[in-house]
Design a protein around this ligand. Structure first.
Ligand SMILES: NC(=O)c1ccc[n+]([C@@H]2O[C@H](COP(=O)([O-])OP(=O)(O)OC[C@H]3O[C@@H](n4cnc5c(N)ncnc54)[C@H](O)[C@@H]3O)[C@@H](O)[C@H]2O)c1
Length: 358
C-alpha cells in the first residue's frame, strides 16, 4: 500500500501525480499520469470512498500504470493515466458542481490526462465535464461520443478466453461445454455471459446485485451462487469481472479452473501469487492485455472518430492476436504471463521513445 507518494510513484515509473482539493464543492481528487511517451495519459475517473488516503493513492498508482501497458499493447496512441475522486459515488446533491470543478482541473493539465467513466461515475458526469473541458471521453453517443465501452471490453475478454482455451484444452477456439464461473455480472460480465452462452459454455455467476443475478438467470439461464461460493464452483475458466485483487492467497487454493480470464483491473494483489498460479497449472490471462476493448472504444472518441465501429472492431479483434502472443511468449520463456506482458508493453514504449530521440 502506498505511503510515500514520491517513492512509490518513482518505483512504478510515474511522471506526475497531482492532488486537487476544493472543499467548497467537496472535491478531493488524485490524478496519476504514469507515462505519456505514446500519447496523453488516458484512464477512467473512479469515484469511491476509500478506507484511507493511502488506499486511494495506491489505487491511482496501480491503475494508471496498468493503463500505460494496456494502451501500449493495444497499439493505441495513448499513455496511462487514472483519476480518483474521494467521495461517495451515490452523492446527488452538489454532484454537478463537483464534476464541473474536476473538469476545470483537467484543463490545468493541458491535455496530459484525458478522463473517462469508471466505477462510480457515469456518462452524465462526463457530459458535465464536457461543458468545461475537452479532455474527457466516454460521452453521450447521441452527441458524437463513444458510448458504453462495456460490450467491446466483453468481446476482447471473450476472444482472449478463446485464445487461452485453444492452448489449454486443445480443441481449437471452442469453449462449448466448458464450465465458466463469472464473478460479477455488471456491464462487462453480462455481455460476457451473452457471448459465452451463445458459444455453448456452461456458466455460473455471482454478484452482489440481485437484479443482475435475476437477469443472468432469466435471460441466459446462468446458474447463480453466492459471492463466496463462486471460488469453490468446479470450473474450467474463472472470470473475475467485479472488483480487483480477488485472485489472492486466500482464494487461489479454492479455485479449480485451468484458465483465469476476466475484465476486472488489478486482479492480482502483487507478484507474490505468480508462483501459486503456476504451481496450480493455471493459465493466467493478464487483465490489462485482455480488457483493452473499453479503452479502444474511447480512443476512437479521442481521435474524433466517434463510434467508428469498423475501426474499433478490428482493434478489438487484435486482442486475440496479442493475447496469443503473450501466452506463447510466456510459455516459450517459462515466465509468468503478466511479467511477459509488461515487458512487451515496455518494448513498445521504448521503441517509440527511441524513434522520438533519433
Ligand atoms: N466497463 C468497461 O468497459 C471496463 C473496461 C476495462 C476494465 N473494466 C473493469 O471490469 C470490471 C467490471 O466493470 P463493469 O463496467 O462491468 O463494472 P460494473 O460496476 O458494471 O459491474 C461490476 C459488477 O460486480 C458486482 N460486484 C461487486 N462486488 C462483487 C463481489 N464481491 N462479488 C461479485 N460481484 C460483485 C457489482 O454488483 C456489479 O454488478 C471492473 O473491475 C472494471 O474496472 C471495465
Amino acid at each position: 500500500m502506498a505511503g510515500n507518494v514520491l517513492a512509490d510513484s518513482e518505483a512504478r515509473g510515474h511522471e506526475q501525480v497531482v492532488f486537487f482539493n476544493y472543499p467548497e464543492v467537496g472535491l478531493k481528487a488524485i490524478i496519476g499520469i504514469h507515462n505519456t511517451v505514446l500519447g496523453p495519459g488516458l484512464g477512467g475517473c473512479r469515484m469511491r470512498l476509500y478506507p484511507n488516503e493511502a488506499a486511494a493513492i495506491d489505487d491511482v498508482l496501480r491503475l494508471s500504470e496498468g493503463m500505460t501497458y494496456k494502451s501500449a499493447l493495444a497499439g493505441l496512441p495513448l499513455g496511462g493515466g487514472k483519476a480518483c475522486i474521494i467521495a461517495d459515488p451515490a452523492m446527488m446533491e452538489g454532484r454537478e458542481a463537483l464534476f464541473k470543478k474536476f473538469g476545470e482541473c483537467l484543463n490545468y493539465l493541458m491535455g496530459r490526462y484525458i478522463t473517462a467513466e469508471d466505477m462510480g461515475t457515469s456518462v452524465s458526469d462526463m457530459m458535465v465535464m464536457k461543458a468545461v473541458t475537452k479532455h474527457v471521453v466516454g460521452t453521450d453517443p447521441k452527441l458524437g461520443g463513444a458510448g458504453d465501452p462495456s460490450p467491446w471490453t466483453a468481446k476482447g475478454v471473450f476472444l482472449s478466453m478463446q485464445a487461452a482455451a485453444e492452448r489449454v484444452f486443445k480443441e481449437g477456439r471452442s469453449v462449448q461445454g466448458k464450465r465458466v464461473a463469472i464473478q460479477g455480472v455488471g456491464h462487462v460480465g453480462m455481455y460476457l455471459l451473452g457471448y459465452l452462452t451463445e458459444a455453448g459454455a456452461d456458466v455460473t455467476v455471482s454478484d452482489t446485485n440481485e437484479l443482475n443475478l435475476k437477469e443472468a438467470s432469466s435471460k441466459y439461464g446462468a446458474k447463480v451462487v453466492s459471492t463466496e461460493a463462486i471460488y469453490d464452483v468446479p470450473c474450467d475458466i474463472f472470470a473475475p469481472c467485479a472488483v480487483g485483487q480477488t485472485i489472492n492467497a486466500q482464494t487461489l487454493p479454492r479455485l479449480s479452473c485451468q484458465i483465469i480470464a476476466g475484465a476486472a483491473n488489478n486482479q492480482l494483489p502483487d507478484r507474490s501469487v505468480y508462483s501459486t498460479i503456476n504451481d496450480k497449472g493455471i493459465l493466467y490471462c493478464p487483465d490489462f492485455v485482455i480488457n483493452s476493448g473499453g479503452v479502444i472504444c474511447v480512443c476512437a472518441e479521442v481521435a474524433a472518430r466517434g463510434q467508428n465501429t469498423e475501426w474499433i472492431s478490428s482493434k478489438v479483434n487484435d486482442i486475440y492476436v496479442t493475447t496469443s502472443k503473450v501466452l506463447d511468449e510466456a510459455s516459450r520463456r517459462g515466465a509468468f504471463t503478466e511479467e511477459v506482458a509488461v515487458e512487451l508493453a515496455k518494448e513498445v514504449i521504448n521503441a517509440a521513445r527511441n524513434r522520438v530521440s533519433q
